[in-house]
Structures are given as structure tokens and as C-alpha cells.
Design a protein around this ligand. Sequence first.
Ligand code: COA
Length: 193
Amino acid sequence: MRPVALRTRRLVLDEPMPYDAEAVTRYCQDPLFEQYLTTPWPYRRADADAFLGVHVPESWATGAELTWALRLAHGSRLLGVISVRSGEHEIGYWIGAEHRGAGFMSEAAIAVAEWALGGGIRHATSLRWRAVAGNVASAKVARAAGFLRVHAEDATVPTRDGRGTLPAWHAVRTAPADPAAFASWADILGEAA
Ligand SMILES: CC(C)(COP(=O)(O)OP(=O)(O)OC[C@H]1O[C@@H](n2cnc3c(N)ncnc32)[C@H](O)[C@@H]1OP(=O)(O)O)[C@@H](O)C(=O)NCCC(=O)NCCS
């Protein structure tokens, strides 16, 4: 598959490139990534070079994982990353600490979900989201993007080394979004947006 660029009100989502390595390396030093993501830890420049130079283009080509950079529409600097993996069409995302809380990831997740379920990913009828339990910021993004929280029998995610599991929250986004989606988060996020 060839990389697809998406536009939102404030952002351009396009392919993360090798020249983004310095920004990616810097953002990925965030201790929250150790807690909530499976990105390498400690994170080195070589990890960013391999991610941007090999993983991103190869996985666009095979369709195994579609990865976008979040950039401001009027600038080229990478703010964060969002992706959808093939198989269960799982969405994943992170944004550099200094760009959080401005609604950027919610905006990106809505665009990616609508594109993927609107025919961008052939035969995709739903998207999946999982996060380590307690990751409130990520849950709020999933809620904003129309995901329905589900109570999976195995409510876990694998640890970084793949040997263990952590308690997790799970959710699913269908097209159109389930009318009960927003309310399904009330027990962990409260009633209000
Ligand atoms: C999760 C993450 C991508 C959210 O990015 P963001 O750009 O701050 O998200 P938004 O600005 O769209 O905020 C979404 C909501 O979360 C809220 N929020 C942002 N940071 C928050 C925090 N630390 N704690 C609680 N709420 C937070 C926002 O106020 C907003 O709330 P609203 O929906 O009520 O308006 C970002 O916090 C991040 O990169 N975290 C580390 C990596 C990670 O955990 N990724 C997800 C793995 S499943």
C-alpha cells in the first residue's frame, strides 16, 4: 500500500520520515512511554533510525502497519505518531509531551478512524484500542474518537518484553460509532467530556 496523507482542521497526517529521527528520539525519552508503551526502553537514536528508515516504509508497503506523523498544517515538524496495525486493526498513538492537551491526538484519531472504517482499509469493519489501565489521557482520546469501552474476558496487554501482562482497558470503534460509546467510559472518565 502507498502511504496516504490525511488532513484535519489543524493537522496534516503523513508518513514519518528519516529526518524526523531527532524529534522521535527526544520524545521517546518520556518516562510515560516506559509505563504505557512498548517502544524500546531506554530509547536510542538507532531505534528511531530503524523505525523511520525501515519499519515505517516496509509496513506501509506490506500493509502490516499504517503509521502517520502528526504535523501542524503550516509546518513540517513531527509532533507525534498514530498507527493502525493489520489483523485486529489496533490503533496506537503517542505525542511529544510539549504538544499534549491541545486536542491534537483526538483530532488525529477521529481522522484515522473515519478514514480506516470509511474504506481506507479494505474490509475493516472495526478498530480496536487497548491501553494499560490508568492511562486516562489515552482513554479520553479513544472516547473522543467514538470508541466503545468493552469488558474483555482477558482485560490485559502484553508487557514490553512480551513475557507478562498488565491490567488493561479495551475498546472497539465501529462504523458508524455505537450510540452508547460515550457513556461506556463513565465509570473511569466520568460523565462529562
Ligand atoms: C495519550 C496521548 C496521546 C494524548 O494526547 P493529547 O494530544 O494530549 O490528547 P488530547 O489533547 O486530544 O486530549 C484528549 C483528552 O485527554 C485529556 N488529557 C490530556 N492529557 C491528560 C492527562 N495527562 N491526564 C488526564 N487527561 C489528559 C485532555 O484534556 C482531553 O480531554 P477531553 O477529551 O475531556 O477534552 C498523550 O498523553 C501521550 O502521548 N501519552 C503517552 C503515550 C501514550 O500513553 N499513548 C497511548 C498508549 S495506549
